[in-house]
Structure formats: structure tokens, C-alpha cells
Design a protein around this ligand. Sequence first.
Ligand SMILES: Nc1ncnc2c1ncn2[C@@H]1O[C@H](COP(=O)(O)OP(=O)(O)OP(=O)(O)O)[C@@H](O)[C@H]1O
Length: 905
Amino acid sequence: MALTLSSPCGYPFDEDEEMAVFESTAAEHGGLSRPRLPEISVISPGLDTRPSIADPKLAVKPAAVRQGSCDEERVKVFLRIRPLTETESHRDEEQGCVAVQDEETLLLKAPKESQNMRTAERGITQSMHKFSFSKIFGPETTQQQFYESTMKKMVKDVLQGENRLLYTYGVTNSGKTYTIQGSGLEAGLLPRALVSLFRKLQGRLYGAMDLKPVLYQDVRQLDSGEIRVEEIRRNSLLKENENLTSRRGGNTSIWDSGIGGLSSTSNIATQLEDTGSVCLEPDSLSHSGADLAEGVQFSIWVAFYEIYNEFLYDLLDASPSLQPRKRITLRLSDDKQGNPYVKDLAWIQVRSAEEAWRILRAGRRNQSFASTHLNQNSSRSHSIFSIRVLHIRPEADSAQATHISELTVCDLAGSERCKEQRNGERMKEANNINTSLLTLGRCIAALRHNQNNKSRPPQVVPFRDSKMTRVLQGFFCGRGTSSMVVNINPCASIYDETLQALKFSAIATQLVHGPSTKTRVAYILALLREPTANGNESTVMEEEGDESDIEDGDITMLNTEALLQAIDVLKREVQRQRDEKDVLEANVREQVVSEMMELISGMQDGFSETLEAERALIEERYEDKLTNVQKHLKKFYSQELTERDQEIDALSAALDKIKVAEPHGDSEGPRRSRRLTSQTECSRLHVELDQCRAELLAKTQELTKLKMQPEVPGSTGTVTVTNAADRKLEDGQRNLRQLRLDLQRLGMDLQSGERACCRNTGGERLRQALTAADETLAKQDQILLDLQNGLALVKADLRRKAESLAQTQAVLPPLPSLGYAASITPGSCKKRGCAVAAAKDTENRPPEKRQFFQSLFPMRTPNRKYNTRAFEEASATPSSRILRSRQQSPPRSPAPTLRSLRGKY
Ligand SMILES: Nc1ncnc2c1ncn2[C@@H]1O[C@H](COP(=O)(O)OP(=O)(O)OP(=O)(O)O)[C@@H](O)[C@H]1O
């Protein structure tokens, strides 16, 4: 399966991501055409984001941190550009795609055939990229110059007790191995470092082999037997190297890697074995032992191992056999503190640079090299060479190691495109190499994230995802510092790979070294100096005496009691910080809750207001609708009634005509003529009633006058009767008024019934209202009947009164204007009796609905009849239906009509 080269920085190097993290804005580089993509991708965060001394965060750091300059804190990333070979020059690989702008800035310009140029042409990315490094070394840089600027100080630091790591990173065939180990007479960083180390230690070497480094960074006292074993191993390795050197000529050794039968071709041996000893410029290494601690001797032990296809192999596994054999894989273990170490790794004591050099050469023969399409002698593994320095105080009886420091040099395998590997084994190697480099990139990216986002929860740094990162973990976690050498090949054909490698290194430039062990000790000591919670000054420092030693952070200066006290102080500090955080959390929670409550109540108010407004709006709308409906109904019924009135008038007129023209027409004729007659009769009765009232009034006045006259014998009974008649008349009038009021009320009931009908509340309600109205009408009919009876009695009384008056007139002079008496003739009475009979006919008929309807709509003419057939057919409105239903109800007791009253009267 062909795989492409993965981005080693932990996430895909897609251009958007890259821009988000590293790229500057266009404005920083002058006017640029595209708004989103600047012409040059500036990948130089290391320089721009350097913390200043004035950074307030630094002010609170312990003194040991403040003392160090910012440059020292940041991880150093060096760039080395290798020269083009002759073959490469002939292939026209020099296309000016790599340009050094100054000591720290590199400009990459995409060549025409590169993938980067293709994407740039599509506007996805830039064709030019700018990178910044701690220092850039061009093709002309010599090995010595490079050593002086990079590793020289590291050696010094290690001798002073620090841990240092230097690792190379780059595309295959970019010069990593050349940089670390060198070639021919050009010794690389490692041999130079060894020579420098031993020169510095001249006269200070601890020759015995009784103290040996074990585990992560511990020292073990060896007994005599173990010492002998160690010596045999060491001598065999040195002898092996001698034998191989003497047999040089047929110089290819074959080793079985143990995995898939890989052959590791040690052609590299030829390169360095030409130099029997390390050849260095005389003035390249200063060898002053002035910086070394007084009275301390140093024991140097080296180990050399490789990580091949994610397996650990000891390159100093001293077996003299040259036969192919199965290599033993080593395991990674953790010590009690969880620090990783390579179990059963061979540590060899060396007493000179020469010995160390020979051991290194012996190990290189075991290293996994192979020929690839890019490099004839390509490292297929990550090789790690470690030098451990034991700081020993020789005592009279037995020596004691006070400290151990380490210098590790790691030559990482080169990243490469898997798909370009034609050999399956090479492809597998490339895969593993890229995977471990990818993990390294992810670790560095996570470390950078954690350093840059201290307020956020830290990301898990995936050290355990690869053997290489696990082995080097301590150097990234404060137990030392690391430096990175990025090697690049300026060939145009591998421009895209080079670009990826440089992007990866750009992340590393952002890294800051974690606080060293020394710094942590200084922090603890600073805590001890602070006033305790009880307000008493800690006495630890006073007991310890020399403050300058303490300032250096040497924890061994403290006795057990002081350390226990320090633990107590730290525990209290932890508890205090926990309490603080608890209080802070409680406050934050309280604030959040109160803000939430405010928010919720605000929302509630808002909702209620909205609800009210909507309710008002809906009410208003429905009010308007109801008003509109009422208005339209009124208008409609008014029109309807007007039309009916007109029709009735027309019908009446037509009937009159018919009556005049054909007095004896068809069978319908007499009934209609009777109806018309009754109508006209009714009007006439009205007039007569009014006349009767007027007469009654006149009579009442006369009676009043008579009362005023002196009483004559026998008149008492007449006056009493007249008074009774008056009272009854008054009652009758009162009843009439009551009747009118009831009718009005009925009218209102009907209106409400109509409304109920209009609002579709159901015909049942309307029917009930109408039934109630009918009952009220029946009551009124009864009242009218009573009134009629009362009037008959009055009439009888009046007759008697008239007779008594006649008798009185016979005695007294005649009274003026007794029209009423004159009008009460037997003839007129007879006539009135006929009227009463007619009224009785009327009473036998069902009550007139029209009178009731008339009270509802006073604008109508009083003599209209709505129970005609024409009206029934025409009325299709709800009101007309109501009227019809009422007409269909069973006949009720006849109500007295005015005509009947008049007749009675
Ligand atoms: N600075 C330099 N000056 C001269 N020659 C160099 C330089 N750097 C590298 N070379 C040569 O380039 C070739 C490849 O170098 P080297 O083997 O060190 O690459 P590499 O990065 O280790 O490759 P790989 O990752 O495949 O092992 C070697 O022949 C080496 O001598």
C-alpha cells in the first residue's frame, strides 16, 4: 500500500491550519493582492512571541527562572543546509528554492514542478515561505563551526550536572548522519563532543568501574564479580573494533535484524574507519577544567542503541561473532518514579575519547542502514548515543556518586515518501519512521499547546505512542533541555518534503523548556523561606547556613528534617490552594446561579408582557369583528324589514283594490278582506280608545266636581263606586305600563337571543329565550284579561252612577256638557257590544307576534303583519327562522286586543 509522507507535527499540514497557527497577516508584508493569503507564509513564531523580561508572569517565578535569559528558555532549533553533490548539480537540482536571508531567516520558493507550486497556482497556498531559526548554517559551514555553535556549550552543561539532548531531523539524504557522526576526516558533532568531554576531564576521571549507571538515572555499586563482567564486555567491544579495523577491505558485515531478515549493510564503516582516530582541529575545543566542581571525579559511561521498526536494539551487544544471528530486542520499563529507561541496555565505561570513538564505531556496524533511491547509505532507524557522567566524590573507604548527568545525541531516521519505496521492507521502515516522527510532532505540538494555553486544561502529550518519544520524554519534561538540528537538502526535486520538515521544525521553535529540576528545588526552597501559616519564620534556612548554595537549588544540602519540613510546607500550600479554589468555585457558582435567575426572571417578564399584548390584540381584533358582524346584521335586517314593510304596504294596497273591485272573489278573498278589515278596525279602535280615555277623563273631572258639591242623601254609595272605578283604572294603567316594560324586556331578550344565534352558541339557548318570552306574553295576556274584567266592572259602576246622576238631575239644574251620557245610547252600546264581540273573536286567535317584534324594532310601522305567507317565504335570515319557529309553537291563551278593550269599555 502506497502511503504518502505524513505531516509529523501531529495534525495534517493543511494550509488553513498552518495559516491559523503561524502565518502573519498580509499587512505585515506590504500591500498584497489576495486578502486571505499573503504572498509569503511567515513561519517565525519563535522570534515574535519571545517573552520579554518585563513579562509580569516572570516576575512571580522563582529566582532561578528569572535569572535565566529568555533565549535559554526557548528550545533551540538550528538549520543546516547541505551542499549539492556534483550529480545533483548536473541534474539541475539547484533552482534557487532555498535562500538564506540572514542568520535566522530562510526563504523557500517553490520550484515549478513542485506540488506546492501547483497548489499555489490554484490560490490555495503560497509559493513562498519564510522560516526563522535560532541559527542557520549554510552549505559552506564546516563541521567545526557547526560544533562550536551548537554542541560545545551542551558538553559544558553536562559536566556541570545538566541533562542535554540533541537530535537531528530532516528528510532522508539531508545530512543528518553527516552532522552527527561526520564522514571521513570531517568528524561530526558526536566525536567532537567526546573529545571535548575527555579533554575537559583530564586528571578528573574516576578510573574504577565499581559505580555504574542503572535504570533512568540511578547509580549502582558493583561488586567485584560484576566489575569483572563489565571489563570483559568492554574489552571485547574494543577488541572487536580492532579486529574489524585490521580486516578492513572486505568490510561489509551482515546482521540479522530479527524482523523479516533485514540485512544491515555497514558500508558506513568505511567512511569513518578511514580515520583511525578522531581528527580534530587543535584549537576547536577548549579544555579547561576550571568549571568543574572541586573534589569531584567523573566516570563516563556510554550506551548506543537504535529504534528500528518500533523495536529497541542494543548496538553495543558485544558478541564477537560475525555470523548472522537474531538480535535481542530490548524492553522499555519505568522506574519507581515512572521515568522510562531501556531495560538491560549495555552501559560501557570509557576512559578516553579514543575508546569512546571505538565503541561508537563498533555500534555503527550493528546499525540498520540500507540503500534507498535517495541515499545509498540511508539510516533506517533512529540511533541514540548516550553519554552518562557520574559525579563521584571519592571517599577514603568507598566512593559515592553524588549526581548523574547525561548527554544524548539522537540521529533520527529521515522522513520520506513511502510510495517512492519500491522495496516492501523499505516501505515498512519508512512507514514506521514516519509514524514515530509523526508522534514526535504531536508531542511537540501538545507541549506547545500546553505552554501557550496555561489557563485551559492541558492536552495529553502522546509520549507513549512511540518508542522514540518515550525514550526522549524526560528531556521534554523538565529533566533536561533539548536542541534540534534540522537538516535540509536544497534539491528542487524534494522541495515539498523539505517544506513539510521545516513546518514541523517551526512548531519546535515555539517550545519553551519546562522548569528544570533545579528550578523546582529553588521553588521549594523559596517556599521554605516564606513565613509559615502560623506567622513564624521557617528556621530551615538558618539551620542550613550558606544561602548561596541553597540558591543554586542543590537539594542534597538539606537534611532529612528540613526536607520533611519542606514536605509539610508543600502540603499546607496544596491545601491552601485547594481551599482557595473551593472558595473561588463557590463564588463562581453563586454568580452563575444569580445571573441565571436574573436571566430567567427577565425572560418570564418578557413572556408575560408579550402574552398580555397578544391577548389584548386578539381581544381587540375579535371586538372589531363582533362590532362589524353586528353592524352588518343590523343593516341587513333593517333592509330586510324595510323591504317587508314595503311589500306589506303593497299587498295591503293590492288587497284594498281587490276588495273594492271584487267583493266576492275566490275562497281566499273573504279571509284576506277580513284581515284587512281587522287592520283598519284596529286603527279605528285606537282612535276610539283615545276618545274613550278623553271621555273618561272628562267624566272623572265631572265626578270630582260633583264631590265638591254638597252631599245629597243617597249619593255616598255612588262616590264609593266611582272611587273604586278610579282605583281600578289606575291599576289598569299601571298594568299597561308594566306590560310595556315587559315587552321591552322581551325585546331585549330576543336581541340577546339573536346575538346568541349569531355567535353560534346554539339554537337551544335561543329557543329557551323565546319560550321565556312566550310565557311572559301569556302572563301579560292574563293581566290584560284582568284589566278587561276590571273595566267591565267600572262600566257597570258608571252605569249605576249615570242612573244616580239622572235621578240627581231630576232634582238639580241640568249639568253642562254631559256628552258622555248622551253618547251612551242603547244604539251605541249595541254597537260597542258588537265591537266587544269582535274583540272576543280576536282573543280566540293566537297572540299577535308582530306586537312583540315591533317592540324590538320601534322604527317599524305598527300595523305590519309578519305572519303572512309571502313574508315566510322571503325570510331566510336567522331572525325570520326564529319568528317562524315561534309561529309554529302551539297557540297560547288569547291576549286582549285594544279593540276588545274598547268594546268592553
Ligand atoms: N554538510 C555537508 N557537507 C558535505 N556533504 C554532506 C553534508 N551533509 C551531507 N552530506 C553528504 O550527503 C549524503 C547524505 O548524508 P546523510 O547520509 O548524512 O543523510 P541522512 O540525512 O542521514 O540520510 P538518511 O536519513 O537516509 O540516513 C552523504 O553522502 C553525506 O556525505
